[in-house]
Design a protein around this ligand. Structure first.
Ligand code: AP5
Ligand code: MG
Length: 190
């Protein structure tokens, strides 16, 4: 089973992925974490990614698609199913993902859409910024991230509704209740 966990910055994609990995035995790929790891290791990709991430902008589609495909191609565990967290974020990325799965004789089964009011998203990220020092969790960059999300990423909601893959989930409340709703939506659609 291949799943995309979809939602605005701070909506709980990473938090819910951890629980999904355990329940469904999937391999988790967070493109944000991949890029932050490149930045920490000061790789050439990291040098490019840093400027975009610190401004709350998306890194170019062609680079992001290549990075994601390389990871899946080189990770044997990905064969049994993945949770993609933070990818796709644009229509070209979604189109590329569809072609990529087709080439591998696979498909995307579910897009879990975590829906959280904007004020709560901002509060969560400000709090995390204070706790962890994550570089893009400051109010200016958070606003840019939310603008980019509304402009470039929200069209994917309709894209996946049309494909019959979108499962809307209320993303506020306790982590456990949200996870129970996700599991119910997945199991109902199987
Ligand atoms: P990325 O790392 O993907 O960041 P994001 O989408 O902004 O999302 P976050 O990681 O901030 O939030 P999340 O949804 O994972 O929520 P979390 O579980 O952490 O991307 C970062 C950057 O990388 C992008 O801006 C872009 O520059 C670049 N990038 C990445 N992918 C790309 C792509 N495909 N194309 C181009 N560029 C790309 O939760 C958030 C906080 O809330 C945590 O503190 C958590 O503990 C808390 N929380 C979680 N659930 C709850 C709950 N139910 N109640 C209360 N608090 C909660
Ligand atoms: Mg995350």
């Amino acid at each position: 089973m291949n799943i995309v966990i979809f939602g605005a910055p701070g909506s709980g994609k990473g938090t819910q992925s951890e629980m999904l990995i355990e329940r469904y035995g999937l391999h988790h790929i967070s493109t944000g974490e991949v890029l932050r790891d490149h930045i920490a290791r000061k790789t050439p990709v990291g040098q490019i990614a840093k400027t975009y991430i610190n401004q709350g902008q998306l890194i170019p589609d062609s680079l992001m698609i290549k990075i994601l495909e390389d990871i899946i191609d080189h990770e044997p565990k990905a064969k049994d199913g993945v949770i993609l967290d933070g990818f796709p974020r644009t229509v070209p990325q979604a189109d590329a993902l569809k072609r990529f799965f087709e080439r591998r004789g696979q498909e995307l089964h579910h897009v879990i859409g975590l829906e959280v009011p904007e004020g709560e998203l901002i509060d969560r990220m400000i709090k995390r910024g204070m706790q962890t020092g994550r570089a893009d969790d400051n109010i200016e960059t958070i606003k840019n991230r939310l603008n980019v999300y509304h402009q470039s990423t929200t069209p994917l909601r309709d894209y996946y509704i049309k494909e019959g893959k979108y499962r809307a989930i209320k993303g506020s409340g306790t982590v456990e209740k949200i996870f129970a709703d996700i599991a119910k939506a997945i199991d109902a659609a199987e």
